[in-house]
Design a protein around this ligand. Sequence first.
Ligand code: MTE
Length: 303
Amino acid sequence: MARRWTNTLTHADVTPEAAFWNRRQIIAGMAGLGLASLAGGAEAQVSEEVLEPNSWEDVTSYCNFYEFGTGKGDPAAYAGRMTTSPWSVKIDGLVDRPGEYDFQQILGEMTVEERIYRFRCVEAWSMVVPWNGFELADLLNLAGVQEGAKYVAFETLYRPEEMPGTAYRVLDWPYREGLRLDEAMHPLTLMATGIFGKPLPNQNGAPLRLVVPWKYGFKSIKSVVRITLTDQEPPTSWNTANAGEYGFYSNVNPEVDHPRWSQATERRIGGGLFARREPTLMFNGYEAEVASLYDGMDLAKYY
Ligand code: MTE
């Protein structure tokens, strides 16, 4: 059965607003980890609306998937032509059991659950998405991570005949991303296979895509066909395209601005034209879970 986010806060937890968001986010994460009971036995009194998911319409029509064009509506309009069955993921590099892993077989091995995560895009908008998926760590363990592995590299499908956006060299195709191994093994790091209890629509990265909730959305690579364990920091598409604007880490950090705009606030999609901007939280609100991964690192340098 899917583990659902449950509310354990009281009104005493809700001020100031930023602290409220922070605890909600943390507890949302903890619920995903099955640790909700550790958050305290307080009665549920706060309305659910704060972490209420965006609508299906918001999540599936306002997308970034440059293989289908750079407009927000392009993925919904054109990703339907991507063939997603059969689908396999090549897992190679520093693993005990390299090979082509059939997607249906992977699904059979994994525990799929629901996690409601806030999703913060580098363009300073955000959404709340109910993902269905399994922990990336479970998939990596299936392949058997070898001693010397330090990073995980990911690649998206590259099939120009089905992907009109790849005719333009806005990025170097295939789309590539990477994580440090400890980030990849973190229990918040999800391979999503669905949203709202349904299989992932193509525009959201069918049949499986990464979700790393404390990093900007572009780290969440879609339609993954290859995962490589390596001892070198892998090149990533956005860093290769513009290293000054997009670093390898890309942690959500209100104190480190994008060179062309502030990252201190965000606009929630679906909030309407006059919705107030909300303060962005360190590590997107997952600070308690992930800050220790970066102990001693200068996050302005490693952005
Ligand atoms: N993955 C691929 N393959 N191609 C892309 O263009 N865009 C990224 C990320 N993953 C992208 C991608 C960016 S910039 C964001 S914000 C998220 O996907 C958007 O995910 P969503 O459309 O499901 O909201």
